[in-house]
Design a protein around this ligand. Structure first.
Ligand code: 0A1
Ligand code: ZN
Length: 880
């Protein structure tokens, strides 16, 4: 509901949790889908909950202003207005017996539902999104995850327009009516909360496959999409089968229904949704074809298909007691999908990508006004808490448990958790308790990771005593205050450590292992290694064993040494990052002081060595040679100097390009082989190294490399290569060619919506002057649709997040533009509006001039009035 100027939305607290007054035994739904309206009849069997503290409690049903209540009856007796009370959007029914059936008929208008929550229309088809609180936009219900029920759904619709009618579970009956309408009845044998309910009605095609589980259950697999996209479903189907096998092998989890369905929809607020037996996917996370999808897109499809499938156990069979526990299912499931992707591809590359996201975006969230613990203590609108903290930091917390317990004990803990809580709605404490029980460890300090926000900092120094052959690591931890929490207790931080001798070999540690996991639990603590024959160079936080900022006073030579020798692949990459960050930070200061920029040759030398080493994994080479992003440099900066960061990054890139030009050309040619496209790890690595080399070559601004890029653009048989070339040409100074390839690309792909999104994104991120005007012109282009979240993300979010110079234009035009978009979207799609706000919420990190302009725009949004809860919450936290 939109808030009026006087009404303050209320804050919901974890500490106020109460069990529901009623349980639900069975939920029967009947949907009459029509063009002008949908009628929903729910018949729900309630039983008073003996666990509820107060036996006199009324039945509290959640609803929404979009619901038109047509009829309410109890055991066949129609209720009048006097029999119930409306309080805000809720409906309260007092004086109820212990058992009864409530029938409720509501009228809704899915065709006018632009928020894309509840039942809505995407490109002419009906679909639902009920997590977190969308079901209350369909009917009055106890819309909370701890109310689990058996669902039966009947869907009635015009047969010609909506030949496919789907819901959760198994199809049990179907029939036709005289007037051209037909109906299908679905039954889900597993009790579930309302947020896992789903319905689809549309003119869809599908591909079908089969899977036999390890115990011999035959499962039909179907993936549905619009007819034009039928040729883009095979990769998702293979990913699904791999996920099903992997979950059996690694977690002992089998699928539990006879059918598993995925439906692709074009209008979707998020990536995908794990509804029981009927996952609904944003097309961007399920469609894949070499001609239209880049490598990263293939990997996203594989990862998201796995993620949603894994939720069948971590989320659906065992679900969350309340929304504060969101990370119970999300942190664990992200951990599971990251393990899966690591197994399917390169584990080190996957780790580098995950850590890059965490350090760039989650650390920034932890340092911003919306900072919250993995298990938040309060919220105004739960949709605002589908965050990097809940998902990615939540995953890191589960990963730390895995590191501390070891793979075998962790697996025992997960088995115990699933056995103990199957069919229940539980808490993150229950999850940790299962891990505590199998390991015999006290996890109370560890649990601070769930309740304390902020990114801990760990400072380490080393001390070697040659005489006693003792090496000591002194560690100190602290955690900065966050707006929600001033002081923090020390965390339990697992620090995986190896010690390298001067030849670059690992020195054997306790028990002959070369990596030891130290457990830092106090504010200050020292760890002693005995029998260390020479002064070592420590390799710290191997594999990024904890989500912290770790500092060690490495010299540049030591970082280069680690880059070359560390046996931990992640740390080799991280040493390169630290080297580049150190050099670039100094250059940023030089730029600010007006000093001439001179690049430390150590970086070029190190890159040259990596490039010349033909033994190295190509994927690693590409990662090591990728400079820290502007966003990461911004996160690290005390005060974000947009111009200095941009100029310095350009300067470093161009210097490297000019000095290593011949090497880059050779790498480009060596990797420009003409094999048929395949998204396997080795081929992805080859393309990423080739395109990185092309990017450096284009940075020299030489005509010959423009020709190379044009040739790649024209000859590519896959989107990865053609889009890489397109981006480099469009972002270069060759404006004539840029405009030609942009036109060509659009002409060629105008009927492929996801490719058009890439076309929008390339233009939105073009750093050249005048980007805002180009973005505004694109909003008027027929390819743009301001109601489609994927289009909004491709154009507006990309402009604000990836076009630093233009978005932060000192005339304030970028900020004004974003605020205008948010004011419109606040009414139309509050979830998207609230997410779009993020860049402005970081106003305190910028120097005075920009900061004031950003703040003024936030204030303007606030005074535009009639704010959704989503936008209200983010604004009010950002403006304190
Ligand atoms: N549970 C889904 C994410 C999701 C959350 C909310 C949504 O609508 C507001 C949609 C999807 C997942 O983790 O994939
Ligand atoms: Zn999820």
């Amino acid at each position: 509901m939109n808030q009026s100027a006087t009404e303050q939305p209320s804050v919901i607290y974890l500490k106020d949790y109460e069990v529901p007054a009623f349980r639900v035994e069975q939920t029967e739904l009947r949907f009459e889908l029509e063009e002008e309206q949908t009628l929903v009849r729910s018949q729900v069997r309630y039983v008073r909950n003996p666990d509820s503290a107060n036996r006199q409690h009324p039945l509290v049903l959640d609803g929404h202003e979009a619901l038109e209540l047509q009829r309410l009856s109890i055991d066949g007796e129609v209720l009048s207005d006097k029999d119930y009370r409306r309080s805000g959007e809720q409906l309260l029914i007092p004086n109820l017996p212990d058992h009864f059936t409530l029938e409720c008929i509501t009228r809704i208008e899915p065709q006018n539902n632009t928020a894309l929550e509840g039942l809505y229309k995407s490109d002419g088809m009906f679909c639902t999104q009920c997590e977190a609180e969308g079901f209350r936009r369909i009917t009055f219900y106890q819309d909370r995850p701890d109310v689990m029920a058996l669902f039966e759904s009947t869907i009635v619709a015009d047969k010609q327009r909506y030949p496919v009618l789907l819901s959760n579970g198994n199809m049990v009956d179907a029939g036709e009516e005289d007037d051209g309408r037909h109906w299908v009845k679905w039954q889900d044998p597993f009790p579930k909360p309302a947020y896992l309910f789903a319905l689809v009605g549309g003119d869809l095609q599908f591909i079908e496959d089969r899977y036999t589980t390890s115990s011999g259950r035959h499962v039909v697999l179907k993936i549905f999409a619009e007819a034009k996209d039928l040729d883009k479903l095979e990769y998702a189907m293979n990913s699904l089968k791999h996920s099903m096998r992997w979950d059996e092998q690694v977690y002992g989890r089998e699928y539990d229904l006879d059918i598993f369905m995925i439906v692709a929809v074009d209008f979707f607020n998020m990536g995908a949704m794990e509804n029981k037996g009927l996952n609904i996917f944003n097309t961007s996370c399920v469609l894949a074809h070499p001609e239209t999808t880049v490598d990263a897109g293939f990997q996203r499809v594989e990862g998201v298909v796995a993620h949603e499938y894994f939720h069948n156990w971590s989320g659906n069979r065992v679900t969350c007691r309340d929304w504060f526990q969101l990370s119970l299912k999300e942190g664990f499931t992200v951990f599971r999908d990251s393990q899966f992707s690591a197994d399917m591809n390169s584990a080190t590359v996957k780790r580098i990508e995950d850590v890059t996201l965490l350090r760039t975006a989650q650390f920034a969230e932890d340092a911003g006004p919306m900072a919250h613990p993995v298990r938040p203590a309060s919220f105004i609108e739960i949709s605002n808490f589908y965050t990097l903290t809940v998902y990615e930091k939540g995953c890191e917390v589960v990963r730390m448990l895995h590191t501390l317990l070891g793979a075998q004990t962790f697996r025992k803990g997960s088995d115990l958790y699933f056995d103990r809580h199957d069919g229940q709605a539980v808490t993150t404490d229950d999850f940790v308790q299962a891990m505590a029980d199998v390991s015999g460890r006290d996890m109370s300090r560890f649990k601070l990771w769930y309740s304390q926000s902020g990114t801990p900092q760990v400072s380490v120094t080393g001390e070697y005593d040659a005489q006693s052959q003792r090496y000591t690591l002194h560690m100190q931890q602290s955690c900065p205050a966050t707006p929600d929490m001033a002081t923090k207790q020390p965390f339990l931080i697992p620090v995986a450590v190896g010690l390298l001798d001067p030849g670059g070999e690992d020195i054997p540690l306790q028990g002959g292992e070369t990596t030891e996991v130290l457990e830092l639990i106090a504010t200050e603590q020292s760890f002693v290694f005995e029998n260390i024959p020479v002064e070592p160079i420590p390799s710290l936080l191997r594999g990024f064993s904890a989500p912290v900022k770790l500092k060690f006073p490495y010299s540049r030579e030591q970082l280069v040494f680690l880059m070359q020798h560390d046996s931990d692949g992640f740390n080799r990459w991280d040493a390169a990052q630290q080297l580049a960050v150190g050099i670039m930070s100094e250059l940023i200061a030089d730029h600010q002081q007006g000093r001439e920029l001179i690049l430390d040759p150590a970086l070029v030398d190190a890159y040259q060595q990596v490039l010349s080493d033909t033994e190295l994994d190509r994927a690693m080479v590409a990662k090591v040679l990728t400079l820290p992003s502007e966003a990461y440099l911004s996160e690290l900066a005390e005060v974000i100097d947009v111009d200095a960061i941009y100029r310095v990054r350009r300067f470093v890139r161009d210097s490297i390009a000019n000095q290593l030009e011949t090497l880059f050309l050779r790498v480009y040619q060596d990797n420009n082989t003409a094999e048929p496209y395949s998204p396997d790890a080795a081929s992805v690595a080859r393309r990423s190294l080739k395109n990185l080399a092309l990017a450096y070559l284009m940075a020299t601004e030489k005509q010959e490399y423009l020709q190379l890029a044009l040739q790649q653009y024209r000859q590519a048989d896959n989107m990865t290569d053609s889009q890489a070339a397109l981006t480099l040409i469009v972002h270069s100074g060759f404006v004539q060619q840029a405009s030609e390839v942009l036109d060509d690309f659009y002409q060629r792909w105008q009927n492929e919506s996801l490719v058009v999104n890439q076309w929008l994104a390339v233009q939105a991120s073009d750093p050249k002057e005048g980007a805002l005007a180009r973005v505004q012109a694109l909003q008027q282009h027929p390819a743009y649709d301001g109601a489609n979240p994927n289009k909004i993300r491709s154009l507006i979010s990309i402009f604000c997040a990836q076009n630093m110079l233009n978005f932060h234009n000192t005339d304030g035009s970028g900020y004004r533009f974003l605020a205008d978009q948010i004011i419109v979207l606040n009414k139309q799609n509050p979830q998207i509006a609230s997410r779009l706000l993020t860049p402005l919420t970081r106003w305190k990190r910028y120097p005075q001039e920009r900061s004031a302009l950003m703040k003024a725009e936030l204030e303007r949004i606030r005074s535009s009035g009639d704010l959704s809860r989503d936008v209200f919450e983010v604004l009010s936290k950002s403006l304190v």
